[in-house]
Design a protein around this ligand. Structure first.
Ligand SMILES: [Zn+2]
Length: 346
C-alpha cells in the first residue's frame, strides 16, 4: 500500500469535520511512535519532514523508513509531506523521493528568512502547483509570515511584527484563486518552537502567551468554506512536558504553547492540518533526561530511546489524534493513488 496523497486525507477530514495532526520527523523512533499511535487510535495521519530533517537523515533513510511505516500499517492512510519547502527545486527533490505532498513556503524568500512580496509569493507558489498537480502531488502554500525560527527557517519576527504579518482574509481568497493550491497555511499569531512570540503585559511587563487572531480563520472559512487551512506552530507545549525536562537538568523557562481548545476552534472553522513538532521534541528530551538522571550507569541507547519513543506516543501523538478528531477515521475511505489524483487535477 503506497503513501496516500495529502489532498485526499484533507478532503475526507473536511467531510468528517475533523483535523489531522501533521507531525515532524527526523528519525526512526519518531516515525514508529506516530505509526503506533495512528494504529492504536485508527487515525489517518500526515508525517512531515523539513528541509533540515531531510539533510539530517540524508533523505534516502527517511524514504525507506516511511516505506516501512506504510508496509507495516496497510490500513492507515499516511501522507508524506515536505514542510516549508523554500524553492521549486526542493519541492521537486521531495516529489522525486516519493513525497505525496509539498509545502512551498513562498511567504519567505529562498533564504528562508526574508519576507517575499505578495506577488513573489503568488508566482513561486503557482509554479510549484503547476509542477506538482500533473504528478498527483498535493501543494500547501503560506500567506502571511509566522513568528519564530525553526531549523534556521523563519523571519524571526517580534510580537509586534507578527501582528503586521497576519493573513488578510480578502488577500487569502485572491491567493487561493491565483495559485490553485490545496491547503493554505495561515498566519494568525502562532510561532514555531517552544518560545512562541509572547506579548508584554502593559501593566506588569510580564511576558504572556501569544494572542491568536482566531477571527481571521473564521473570516477565511466564511469566504472559502472549502479551503483547507493549516495551523503551523501548533504545539501545546504542556507544562507537564516542560517540567519533566527542567526537573531532570534541563533549562527551558518561559515557554508557551497553543491551547488545544483554540486548535479545536480552528478545526470547527476549516483547519484540517495541524502542525506539531515541539511537543514531541519535549517528550523525547524529557524521557531521555529522566533515564540519564535516574540511571547514570545506562549506556545502551535502547534504554533511553525506547522510553523516548513510548513518551512521544503516549504523551503527544495519541492524545493529539484524539483531540483533533482524526481518531477512528482511518477506515472511512479507500485510499487514492497519485495516478488517480492526476485525473482529479486534470
Ligand atoms: Zn511551519
Amino acid at each position: 500500500m503506497p503513501l496516500v496523497p495529502m489532498r485526499q486525507i484533507l478532503d475526507e477530514a473536511a467531510k468528517g469535520g475533523y483535523g489531522v495532526g501533521a507531525f515532524n520527523v527526523n528519525n526512526m523512533e519518531q516515525i514508529q511512535a506516530i505509526m503506533e499511535a495512528a494504529s492504536e487510535t485508527k487515525s489517518p495521519v500526515i508525517i512531515q519532514a523539513s528541509k533540515g530533517a531531510l539533510q539530517y537523515s540524508r533523505m534516502i533513510y527517511l524514504k525507506k523508513l516511511m516505506e516501512a511505516a506504510v508496509e507495516e500499517n496497510p490500513d492507515i492512510p499516511v501522507a508524506m509531506h515536505l514542510d516549508h519547502g523554500n524553492s521549486l527545486e526542493t519541492c521537486k527533490q521531495a516529489i522525486e523521493l516519493g513525497f505525496t505532498s509539498v509545502m512551498m513556503d513562498g511567504s519567505l524568500a529562498e533564504d528562508g528568512k526574508t519576507p517575499n512580496t505578495y506577488e513573489q509569493n503568488v508566482e513561486i507558489t503557482k509554479r510549484v502547483v503547476d509542477m506538482a498537480h500533473p504528478l498527483g502531488v498535493t501543494v500547501e502554500g503560506e500567506l502571511g509570515v509566522l513568528g519564530g525560527i525553526e531549523d534556521g527557517h523563519g523571519a524571526g519576527l517580534s510580537a509586534d511584527e507578527v501582528d503586521a504579518h497576519l493573513t488578510d482574509p480578502a488577500q487569502a481568497e485572491d491567493f487561493v484563486a491565483k495559485t490553485g493550491l490545496d491547503a493554505l497555511a495561515v498566519a494568525i499569531g502562532t510561532s514555531h518552537g517552544a518560545y512562541k512570540s509572547g506579548r508584554k503585559d502593559p501593566k506588569t511587563g510580564e511576558i504572556l502567551p501569544p494572542a491568536l487572531a482566531m477571527e481571521r480563520i473564521h473570516q477565511i472559512h466564511e469566504r472559502m468554506p472549502n479551503c483547507h487551512m493549516v495551523m503551523h506552530g501548533s504545539s501545546s507545549v504542556p507544562k507537564e512536558l516542560v517540567d519533566i525536562v527542567n526537573e531532570y537538568g534541563g533549562n527551558m523557562p518561559g515557554t508557551f504553547g497553543i491551547p488545544v481548545e483554540q486548535i479545536q476552534d480552528g478545526i470547527k472553522h476549516g483547519v484540517r492540518k495541524v502542525n506539531v513538532d515541539t511537543d514531541s521534541r519535549l517528550a523525547m528530551t524529557g524521557a531521555i533526561r529522566k533515564v540519564f538522571a535516574e540511571k547514570p550507569e545506562a549506556f545502551d541507547p535502547r534504554k533511553y530511546l525506547g522510553p523516548a519513543r513510548q513518551a512521544m506516543k503516549e504523551l503527544v501523538y495519541v492524545p493529539r489524534m484524539i483531540a483533533f478528531g482524526q481518531a477512528g477515521h482511518a477506515g472511512d475511505y479507500e485510499f487514492m493513488t497519485l495516478d488517480e489524483m492526476k485525473a482529479f487535477y486534470a
